[in-house]
Design a protein around this ligand. Sequence first.
Ligand SMILES: NC(=O)c1ccc[n+]([C@@H]2O[C@H](COP(=O)([O-])OP(=O)(O)OC[C@H]3O[C@@H](n4cnc5c(N)ncnc54)[C@H](O)[C@@H]3O)[C@@H](O)[C@H]2O)c1
Length: 237
Amino acid sequence: MKKVFITGAASGIGKSTAKKFWDEGNELVLIDMPDLKTSELEFMFPERMTYIQGDVTKEQTLTQIEAQMKKGVDVLVNNAGITRDAQTVKMTDEQWDMVIDVNLTAVFKLSRMAALQMKEAGNGGVILNAASVVAHYGNFGQANYVATKAGVIGMTKTMARELGKYGIRVNAIAPGFIATPIINTMPEKVIKGMEDKSPLRRIGAPEEIASAYAFLAGDEAKFITGTCLNVDGGLTL
Ligand SMILES: NC(=O)c1ccc[n+]([C@@H]2O[C@H](COP(=O)([O-])OP(=O)(O)OC[C@H]3O[C@@H](n4cnc5c(N)ncnc54)[C@H](O)[C@@H]3O)[C@@H](O)[C@H]2O)c1
């Protein structure tokens, strides 16, 4: 049984990833903003689960997570992410800062925290980060989001180099378009366009990203570090 921390676990890919790790018999520490009842996590995971209700950009939440990590951490999935889209010329400082804070700075701080604990415990560990296919080719109206996802890939490679000697593997996943609330804000025709562009002719399901996280966290992937795995139905071909 591993102790698995997942941010943004109350919705979409994070929730499916929590379900996957729970089904595999692991102990979960889930972090997200809604209360436990609203998030339904309490009903989904009646045991082996601790919920930290909080915002990963806030010190208070980081302190709570650190207290849990001090009791052990085997896997960290930095999944929480947001969009605040606007074309560059219309993007406000606030839109830029919010996305950087959640998608990049919190990922750095939590990875640093987990790496310190893993290094001290001496049993290795796995850090997994949410990137996106848009990191590879940019996306209209998403200078902030794309900057964070490209940043996450660079950070993943750097941390993999630094932490490999402690048996800590660091990888990222770049999902294509996945059916979760984050893409509900997109116009129907953009989603249809993505389906048509994809070699598999469809958008993905959150469970398909969860499976990839579980693979990268497990022993089947024990020689994989510093990679960014595209899970996108071939969208980036
Ligand atoms: N859905 C997609 O098509 C897609 C594609 C590429 C990458 N991704 C990435 O995958 C990750 C998950 O996306 P999703 O589609 O499941 O999104 P989602 O909106 O369904 O879920 C994101 C979760 O993160 C939580 N969250 C946001 N800000 C937070 C904060 N400051 N502190 C704590 N929790 C916070 C939200 O409350 C939410 O529960 C994100 O990093 C996203 O950028 C998603």
